[in-house]
Every structure is written in structure tokens, then in C-alpha cells.
Design a protein around this ligand. Structure first.
Ligand code: KG4
Ligand code: ZN
Length: 343
């Protein structure tokens, strides 16, 4: 089954063709980063207008790279939620139009579940060992920080989430404040590699009991780094960009890891699958990779951020079951993080 996946929930205009929910035949990501860089953040109007201009070319490029025409496809999948409404609408309307014109089945998918699915895609020549459920999911991006139990590609139970900022958002805001570069996460990660992570010792959030056992919080860390930096400097350590970046990165990722390791101990589930832009973080990848008692799977770096392949991959799973969406499907900006979230 060959499925075209379309992703336009934020600032990446992306399309891909995936076979049987696993093998990537093409994966085109057109990034709008240069358009948003001068604002140091995504400007929704610019994002949606740019998607409108690019979407048709991006989809055509994905089909061309796969060596296929629309009629060689078996279905179309598109991100329907969550994300920026104007941006989501461009991808959704394009996908509906193409589905209507070709008569192909179409399905709208949840971007969060798609990030968790990205690890199941084969991007190289070697087949990936299959993943067995349940596993623990670590979904960390600019909009979400979720620790969950994953029972199937479309069934997750949220164990913990952030009570304020998402982890990627914290990276972005700190980078913006210090002028480290845009997008902030990758810029901090790069700088941090040359810094001393012990130069500043930032406070940790004290959420650790009851219903907040697996929850995260980043507003305190962000305030400490941005407004109270000097208070947390180790005597003799220099306040260089590298040292600030390394100490912040360590604090932000250690918060995440402590909650995740707690979930591993409590549930006894020792397979962890990461996804989302922050899953590209070098320190996070080392920290989890060093745990010999946990089996960890990260997507390759090009599949951590937003892409069409993860949408096509998970879309294929729905279409295999005969699950499609009606042509009057609408987008939604948010998904409620109740115990279970679905498509
Ligand atoms: O998944 P994604 O591309 O978009 C959303 O769904 O939000 O994630 C983007 C987020 C941004 O906040 C970006 O700064 C962060 O992922 N990010 C990183 C790294 N690369 C991207 N954060 C930490 N370390 C990185 N290497
Ligand atoms: Zn994303």
C-alpha cells in the first residue's frame, strides 16, 4: 500500500510517499525557517501563506522522487491536528482536493501520534527490527512534552505532560533571549557541546507527587536562566554562551529523563520510543542511550522534526484497517490530553 503523507501543521511544508507503512519512497521537507528567523519565532500568517504557495510543488516533488503519479497511490494521509489552524487548513484542503479528484481514500491524522510512529519508518536500506507494544513514548517538541504508555499506533495513555511550557519552547525562548540563533533547540544543542554543563546549577521543578508524578514544568527553569542567571553560577565559572547553553540543556533534559525513568520503574516497561524535534538533542540521545537496562529507539535525525513520512506511515495503518475520514473533516488547533487520545 502506497500512501502520500502531507504535513503543514507549523512551519515545515512537507510531503512523502511511504510503502506499507514502513518504507520511505520519498520525503520532501521545505522549511520556512528563513522567513521566520527575523522574528525569532513562527509567525502564523506567514506560515499559512507560504504553505499555500508551496504545497502543490512539494507534493509534486514527493511524487516525482518516488517515481509515481497520483493514480499509483492507494491513499492520502494528512495532519488534521494539532497545530496552527491556518497552516493545518492548507494541507487538509489540498489533501481533500486531491482525494476528491482522484477518488483515493483519505485520512486525517494526529500529529502527536505521527511523531511517535516516526521510529517505525525505515529510512536506510536495512529493515528495522519491529517494535512490540506496549512501550513508553517520549514525545518532545516545540508544542508538546508527553510521557505516555503506547499500546498501539493509535492508542496512547498520557502519563505525564508539561504544566506550562513545552521543552522545545523552553529551548526556543532561552535561545531567543540570549540571541543564540534560530531555531533555538538546535542552536543551543550545538553551543552546548563546547560548554561546561556544571557552570550553572539551575533549580529543578518540585512536582513529584500524586497526579503530577510524571509531569514536567519549564517555566521556573526558563525564569532562572533568563532573569536570575548570576544566582546559579558556580563560583569561578564563566558566563559564556557555551556554558549557559550546556548548563541549561542539562537541566532541561535531566527534568525530562527523571520523569521518564520514574515511569520506566513504575510500569516495568523497559522499551522507550522517542519522537519530536527535541528527540534530535544530542545530550538526550546520549543520556538515554547510556542506560543499559532500557531499550531506546530514536528516529533518525531527519525524522525527528516535522515531516510527511511519519504522516504517510501512520496514515497507512488506518487505511489498512479501512478507516478513512469524511471530506468535511475539519482541523483543530489542540487535542485534549485526556487519558487516551486518538486520531
Ligand atoms: O517536532 P517539531 O519539528 O515541531 C513541533 O511539532 O513542535 O519540533 C520543533 C522543536 C523546536 O522547539 C526546536 O527548537 C526543537 O524542536 N529542537 C531541538 C533540537 N532540534 C530541534 N531541541 C533541542 N535540541 C535539538 N537538537
Ligand atoms: Zn511536530
Amino acid at each position: 500500500m502506497r500512501v502520500l503523507g502531507i504535513e503543514s501543521s507549523c512551519d515545515e511544508c512537507a510531503a512523502a510517499v511511504v510503502e506499507d507503512g514502513r518504507r520511505i519512497l520519498s520525503d520532501v521537507v521545505a522549511t520556512q525557517i528563513p522567513f521566520h528567523a527575523k522574528y525569532q519565532g513562527v509567525v502564523p500568517e506567514i506560515a499559512s501563506r507560504t504553505h499555500t504557495e508551496w504545497i502543490s510543488g512539494v507534493v509534486a516533488a514527493a511524487l516525482e522522487k518516488a517515481g509515481l503519479g497520483p493514480r499509483d497511490l492507494d491513499g492520502i494521509a494528512v495532519t488534521a491536528r494539532p497545530g496552527l489552524v491556518g497552516s493545518l487548513l492548507v494541507g487538509l484542503c489540498f489533501a481533500k482536493g486531491l482525494a476528491w479528484a482522484t477518488g483515493l481514500p483519505f485520512v486525517g491524522v494526529n500529529h502527536i501520534l505521527a511523531h511517535l510512529y516516526a521510529s517505525q519508518l525505515e529510512s536506510g536500506p536495512d529493515p528495522l527490527p519491529s517494535l512490540s507494544y506496549p512501550f513508553l513514548g517520549l514525545l518532545v517538541s516545540g508544542g508538546h512534552s508527553i510521557i505516555c504508555r503506547v499500546d498501539d499506533f493509535d492508542r496512547i495513555e498520557v502519563l505525564g505532560t508539561t504544566i506550562d511550557d513545552a521543552v522545545g519552547e523552553a529551548f526556543d525562548k532561552v535561545a531567543k533571549h540570549f540571541g543564540f540563533g534560530y531555531p533555538g533547540g538546535a542552536a543551543i544543542d550545538r553551543l552546548a557541546e563546547a560548554g561546561d554543563a556544571e557552570a550553572f546549577v539551575f533549580p529543578k521543578p518540585s512536582l513529584h507527587k500524586g497526579e503530577h508524578r510524571y509531569d514536567l514544568s519549564y517555566s521556573g527553569l526558563k525564569t532562572a536562566v533568563v532573569h536570575q542567571l548570576e544566582q546559579f553560577r558556580r563560583p569561578g565559572a564563566a558566563a559564556t554562551p557555551e556554558n549557559i547553553a550546556a548548563s541549561f540543556r542539562k537541566a532541561a533534559i535531566d527534568i525530562l529523563a527523571s520523569r521518564l525513568f520514574r515511569a520506566v520503574e513504575d510500569t516495568g516497561i523497559r522499551t522507550v520510543v522517542a519522537g519530536g524535534g527535541v528527540a534530535a538533542n544530542a545530550y538526550l540521545r546520549r543520556l538515554l542511550g547510556d542506560r543499559s537496562d532500557i531499550s531506546v529507539r530514536f528516529p533518525p535525525l531527519n525524522l525527528c522534526g516535522d515531516n510527511g513520512a511519519m504522516i504517510a506511515g501512520i496514515g497507512c495503518r488506518y487505511l489498512e484497517r479501512g478507516e478513512t475520514s469524511p471530506l468535511d473533516l475539519n482541523v483543530s488547533a489542540r487535542v485534549p490530553l485526556y487519558r487516551r487520545i486518538g486520531r
